[in-house]
Write a protein that binds this ligand. Structure first.
Ligand code: GLY
Length: 362
């Protein structure tokens, strides 16, 4: 019998569970999540065949009356209205009803796209996620942010759509590259820094070799603690009117780095790694953490193989300009999430230009 742990998420719009375990998909009954008999499976075609077969067999065991799939290459270009439309036309052609369930299987691009389609098809059908990257397990699949990219900007089109459930199976992480794992650790570090000092010391002592016996269970525990932090925040502020903004710690800097590099340099998690060093430096400059705390944050980020320096083409003045033209920033005032001591976040506005530029000197 596989050990499966459960975390209940409660938001104003819905209540659902996240299930955690290692290689448990095939022993998990889908009917525990949904009674839908019409299942539409959206998955990233780059995933290993064995993993795809595992999830298809998990779905078939629920004896659906209709079971169809959509495979696509999950990349930023395909996270689009065009791909959503292809999926929607297929759902229409195959006569999927309002009682259908979409099962998404892939990283954040897949969960975002599938969630978006589920939010608009017939004004909303059920969706559940089986995230396969560490980043999607601790961040993208939880909290109901879904969306696609516009022609020019990332994530400009979307909806809040909470899933029926999320199945977080560490089995899928075993085929992830070191670089993709690091990208996910970045979001776990973020959750620890804004909310949980204990998680920070666990990360400090964590041995990242997940092939070593026992380490995958420890990673599963870290994922659970991290997800719980996000779920609590989303429970208080589903639509990002207040505390959910804390989850953007490091992200104002990260988005600017990604945009200056035309999304072809650091990946999102890596950009968040450097972005958190900048946000920690800003916290130091504003007197909210001390230099030992800043050094500790920087070395933890480094320990998880994340960059701690700005890439060569990202001079501070260019990053500041990119932050000022971020389409998602509120009017023209820049808002930053800083640390008010380790384990506590705070929003600041009207920061001097000099301080912002100095926070980029890391
Ligand atoms: N990734 C940040 C959020 O879900 O709010």
């Amino acid at each position: 019998m596989k050990t499966i742990k459960q975390l209940k998420v409660s938001t104003p719009s819905s209540n659902y569970s996240i299930y955690f375990g290692n290689d448990f998909i095939n022993s998990f009954p889908l009917k525990k999540i949904s009674n839908s008999k019409e299942i539409f499976f959206i998955f990233d075609s780059k995933l290993p065949d064995l993993s795809i077969r595992k999830v298809k067999s998990f779905i078939r065991k629920s004896k659906p009356s209709k079971f169809e799939s959509f495979r696509f290459i999950a990349n930023e270009k395909n996270k689009s209205l065009e791909t959503s439309q292809k999926i929607i036309e297929k759902l229409i052609d195959l006569k999927f009803s309002r009682d259908s369930l979409i099962v998404s299987f892939g990283g954040g691009i897949t969960t975002d796209l599938a969630g978006f389609v589920a939010s608009v098809y017939l004004r909303g059908i059920e969706v559940m996620h089986i995230p396969t990257t560490l980043l999607a397990q601790v961040d993208a699949s939880v909290g109901g942010k879904t969306g696609v990219n516009s022609k020019k900007f990332k994530n400009m089109i979307g909806a809040f759509k909470q899933p029926e459930a999320v199945l977080i199976d560490t089995y899928f992480l075993k085929s992830l590259s070191k670089r993709h794992l690091a990208a996910g650790y970045s979001e776990i570090i973020k959750h620890a820094l804004i909310e949980d000092k204990d998680l920070l010391s666990k990360l400090d002592n964590f041995d990242q070799n997940i092939q070593k016996k026992g380490n995958i269970t420890e990673l599963s525990n870290l994922i659970r603690t991290s997800t719980k932090i996000k779920a609590n925040i989303v429970g208080q502020d589903e639509r990002e009117k207040s505390v959910r903004a804390y989850l953007n710690f490091g992200h104002t800097f990260a988005h600017a780095i990604e945009s200056v590099q035309s999304f072809k340099g650091l990946n999102h998690g890596e950009a968040v790694g450097v972005g958190m060093v900048c946000a920690a430096k800003l916290s130091l400059l504003l007197g909210k953490i001390n230099s030992q705390e800043f050094d500790k944050i920087k070395s933890l980020i480094k320990k998880f193989n994340l960059p701690t320096k700005l890439p060569t083409n990202c001079e501070p003045a260019r990053i500041l300009k990119a932050m000022q033209s971020d389409k998602k920033s509120k009017d023209t005032t820049l808002r930053f999430i800083i640390l008010d001591g380790i384990g506590k976040a705070k929003i600041v506005e009207n920061v001097d230009r000099e301080k912002i530029l100095n926070s980029l000197k890391i």
